[in-house]
Design a protein around this ligand. Structure first.
Ligand SMILES: [Mn+2]
Length: 306
């Protein structure tokens, strides 16, 4: 019997030796804010900076204008591309200025990054739609991720390599008519993206149009995913079918309802105050900030301080 266990142990050890070492995570957490968002963003930045530090992730806050003719929501595309192109990161995690880590959210994100083999992981857009929300996203520096984001940056002009794409594919892309939210059909991705520069929404429709283009179909199906583990939109509609009458958490008590074991955000890394009022964002993120201060410091952070 003892011999059997020793043999089994030897096999397990050998398997461990043969298994390739997973590449170490090199994670950048990126945020962008302007003066408009300052009141609530200050809390989100403080939380996310501290969580990033506790996990050994790099944290970046920017207010660089990457696209002078486009609204604030678009600037994230420039910042994410810049960080991906450094080649220094295995993952670049985008976090909106109205979004911050839950008290154990750093560990949730860490586990997700170790688990996933997707090149892009979007947050879920529930309760608004079944699609993705671009407010919290994990990007990896894969060639296709970079090409997709470059197309969004260049207003949805498809970047096709004629030596690699078939004539049929080039024709399919040329005749592609994207749909935006509300199912309006647009004559081209570029027309849709350009129409979204000024509106409060946003770069997200352009991302949808680009990702749904035929030349990304295979990649989208195999290497892009949507996960509720990344973020939860913390809004409740009193009438879900018509999305009328909403409320977002603006106190510690209301946050507990989302974070308790059966709460809707219990297993998410980040809470996102999408479509909430600015006062709800400010009070809610202040309450979340206070919850973090009540938590014992993570071990790694504590050891750095001592
Ligand atoms: Mn947002």
């Amino acid at each position: 019997m003892r011999g059997f266990f020793l043999t089994a142990l030897a096999i397990v050890r050998a398997a461990n030796v043969l298994a390739p070492e997973p590449a170490p995570l090199r994670v950048a957490i990126c945020m962008w804010r302007d003066a408009h968002a300052k009141a609530y963003a200050d809390h989100a930045v403080a939380i996310n900076r501290a969580v990033a530090k506790s996990k050994g992730f790099d944290f970046f806050l920017s207010n660089t204008t990457y696209f002078a003719d486009r609204s604030a929501a678009w600037q994230k595309i420039g910042m994410v591309l810049e960080k991906l192109r450094t080649g220094s990161y295995s993952h670049v995690v985008w976090v909106d200025a109205d979004s911050a880590f839950a008290p154990r959210g750093g560990d949730v994100l860490h586990e997700l990054l170790l688990d996933t083999d997707s090149e892009v992981v979007f947050a879920s857009n529930l309760p608004f739609s079944d699609g993705f929300n671009s407010g919290v996203v994990v990007y990896t520096p894969s060639p296709t991720t970079l090409r997709m984001l470059s197309e969004v940056a260049s207003d949805g002009l498809p970047n096709l390599d004629p030596t690699r794409e078939s004539k049929e594919m080039r024709e399919a892309v040329a005749s592609y008519r994207p749909e935006s939210t509300g199912h309006n059909e647009w004559p081209s991705t570029a027309a849709l993206c350009q129409a979204k520069h000024e509106a409060r929404q946003w770069e997200q429709d352009c991302l949808y149009a680009v990702i749904n283009s035929p030349h990304f179909a295979e990649w989208k199906a195999s290497r892009v995913s949507i996960s509720t583990r990344i973020a939860t939109v913390v809004i409740i509609y009193y009438n879900r079918t018509s999305l009328i009458g909403s409320s977002c958490p603006a106190s510690k008590e209301q946050l507990h309802g989302w974070l308790e074991p059966h709460g809707r955000a219990a297993h998410s890394a980040v809470l996102h105050w999408a479509a909430c009022e600015d006062w709800e964002r400010e009070m809610g993120l202040a309450a979340l900030h206070a919850l973090h201060s009540e938590m014992p410091l993570p071990v790694m952070w504590r050891s750095k301080l001592s």
